[in-house]
Design a protein around this ligand. Structure first.
Ligand SMILES: [Zn+2]
Ligand SMILES: [Zn+2]
Length: 262
């Protein structure tokens, strides 16, 4: 099944679940920025995601040929995972990619120039699964470029990379969903709405730079960045969000404007 079908199916599933078990019952369906965020789903998840996935195929083939020509193929193109069973490849890929993403996400918050790009994602004020996809296109380049192209060099099968991608979408939708589900002890393993909402809290409501995990929560518990009080933050966003652009075009231009304003 193509990724677009999984994306549409998971979106529909979480729209239904959010109606049945809403975490914030008074949050309207047509919340601020919904139309713009649907455009983000189409552009970030579908158009750019698929385009970059397709671009990486000839890129890998080109690198492959160049390395072979220089007799470096066996030194770089390790293929150590290619002979392993599907389940082992999936677990290793999920753990390594998720940890790398956790590290990158830390940098997006801690390096001011990168934060300007990641700020787009944190401009969400009413959280639901659609908000998962509100981020600057630069993030796709950084995450996919740094992770999936090298993953291919270690010999992970395409189906394994696809399955991990679908799993990441499932947990990403879940963690952003307006959903009152308690996953019990699994909260120490998987990202969840109760944990991720505290990644988006406004600085007025409590500590920031917590819960960096994307699909897995384990890294935050291991490295001491987990934060999970019994209540939800009263407000999401960042200082100065009042004047931040509210729609996709302005949000994609804003990080560049910020560079030139300095
Ligand atoms: Zn973040
Ligand atoms: Zn988020």
């Amino acid at each position: 099944m193509v990724y677009a079908v999984w994306l549409a199916g998971l979106g529909l599933l979480f729209w239904i679940l959010e109606r049945i078990w809403p975490r914030r019952p008074r949050q309207p369906f047509f919340r601020q920025g919904l139309i713009s965020d649907v455009a983000y789903v189409v552009l970030n998840a579908h158009v750019l995601g698929v385009a970059i996935g397709n671009l990486s195929i000839p890129l890998i083939a080109w690198l492959d040929g160049a390395l072979a020509a220089w007799n470096l193929k066996s030194a770089v193109y390790l293929g150590v995972m290619s002979g392993q069973p599907f389940w082992l490849q999936a677990i290793v890929l999920l753990l390594t990619i998720d940890f790398a993403k956790w590290c990158i996400h830390n940098l997006l918050h801690r390096v001011p120039a990168l934060w300007r790009f990641h700020q787009v994602h944190h401009s969400i004020t009413d959280m639901d699964w659609v908000g998962d996809w509100r981020f600057h296109w630069m993030e796709i380049i950084v995450y996919r470029g740094l992770l999936y192209v090298p993953a291919a060099f270690f010999g992970f099968r395409g189906e394994v990379m696809f399955a991990v991608g679908v799993f990441d979408t499932l947990i990403g939708h879940f963690a952003h969903a307006n959903l009152r589900w308690n996953i019990g002890a699994l909260r120490y393993v998987l990202n969840s709405p109760e944990m991720h909402i505290w990644h988006h809290n406004h600085p007025e409501t409590g500590p920031t730079n917590r819960n960096f995990g994307l699909s897995l929560a384990i890294w935050d518990w291991i490295f001491g960045t987990a934060y999970l009080p019994a209540h939800d933050p009263a407000r999401l966003g960042f200082n100065g969000i009042e004047t931040y652009p509210r729609q996709l075009p302005g949000q994609w231009i804003e990080p560049f404007r910020a560079v030139f304003r300095r």
